[in-house]
Design a binder for this molecule. Structure first.
Ligand code: NI
Length: 188
């Protein structure tokens, strides 16, 4: 069990498009296990890989995926939306935005193709909360956060309050990011 640090907004990794997973090895499995542990510890419904600093098209969720599968986590790698239907409004939160909860309008139902940790193709039709969570996580993989789905005015107010209320958390995360960059010799 390993809990990874959750990257808070406005870390630039949250605004970058994540890369496809091409290697399905032990390192990937470790990342998936750590993401599930991190999500559980943080009491989240979903977590995208870039939220733990890994820019890959991966997310984990802990919501029932359909009426037959009431429990258990799901691991989604290289997802592709095949179809969207309807509309639903839901109050969303995000582990990268502590304290922020806002209504977002999304598709009420969607068909999703993805692969599992072995690289095997999977498909699912999701509705309601599950569909909402999937779309929230899919956005993360494209460098979009849920505040980007708010009106410009609403977004400005939400971000102003968020940045004011989480100054210490954000500065601490930026400090850690600088240390990591120095260790790996990466500039910025
Ligand atoms: Ni999120």
């Amino acid at each position: 069990m390993a809990i990874r640090d959750i990257v808070p907004f406005p870390d630039p990794i949250l605004k970058q498009r994540c890369a496809e997973v091409e290697v399905f090895d032990a390192e990937l499995h470790q990342l998936l296990d750590d993401m599930a542990d991190t999500m559980g510890e943080a009491d989240g419904l979903g977590l995208a890989a870039n939220q733990v600093g890994v820019s890959l098209r991966i997310f984990v969720m802990d919501v029932p995926i359909d009426d037959d599968t009431r429990t258990g986590r799901i691991e989604v790698i290289n997802p592709k939306v095949k179809a969207k239907r309807g509309e639903i409004k839901y109050e969303e939160g995000c582990l990268s935005f502590p304290g922020v909860h806002e209504n977002v309008i999304r598709a009420a139902e969607l068909d999703l193709d993805f692969v599992d940790r072995q690289g095997q193709p999977q498909a699912v039709t999701a509705r309601g909360l599950v569909a909402v969570c999937i779309q929230h996580e899919l956005d993360h993989l494209d460098g979009i956060t849920f505040v980007d789905r708010l009106s410009p005015l609403k977004r400005r107010i939400v971000l102003r309050d968020y940045l004011r209320e989480n100054r210490e958390l954000i500065e601490d995360a930026q400090h850690k990011a600088r240390l990591r960059a120095r260790q790996t010799g990466v500039q910025g």
